[in-house]
Design a protein around this ligand. Structure first.
Ligand code: ZN
Length: 148
């Protein structure tokens, strides 16, 4: 098995057996909904932040295998992270997706399987949709912090 086949297998595994999938009925969670019209992907993210840390993160969506699997990988990558660290991880993920060098000390785990996406520019939005939702959520939390 070559590395591309291995990566594809990890992506399909997250697609078929997603982690942290399903929303919770809890108003203390911040909810962000994004869609990707070019592919038809729809993604809702719920995140719970306590003491500056993402202590829970959920996803629910419909779309292609890249988008849905990436949401699962994102929750595994960012759950338990400090929100400032999460922003750093997300920006390293964007570098990886664009085919640029990324910092493997910051971006770890299954997220690296998406590095092949840079060869398919139309799929970049699919791979980053869930990550963009969390980024928006963190920005909102930080704005609220600043304005008391
Ligand atoms: Zn898609």
């Amino acid at each position: 098995m070559n590395i591309e086949q291995l990566y594809r297998q990890v992506i399909m595994d997250h697609y078929k057996h997603p982690k942290n999938k399903g929303l919770v009925a809890d108003s203390s969670y911040l909810m962000i909904h994004l869609n990707n019209p070019s592919c038809g992907d729809e993604m809702t993210i719920q995140m719970h932040v306590k003491d500056h840390k993402i202590d829970d993160i959920r996803h629910q969506g419909t779309g292609c295998s890249i988008c849905c699997s990436s949401a699962s990988v994102m929750t595994e990558t960012l759950k338990g992270q400090d929100i400032d660290q999460a922003i750093k991880i997300i920006s390293e993920f964007y570098e990886l997706i664009k085919g640029y060098p990324y910092n493997p000390e910051i971006l770890k785990g299954d997220a690296i399987v998406y590095q092949g996406v840079s060869q398919f520019p139309a799929r970049i939005k699919c791979a980053t949709l869930a990550w963009k939702a969390v980024e928006q959520g963190i920005k909102k939390i930080k704005e609220e912090e600043q304005h008391g």
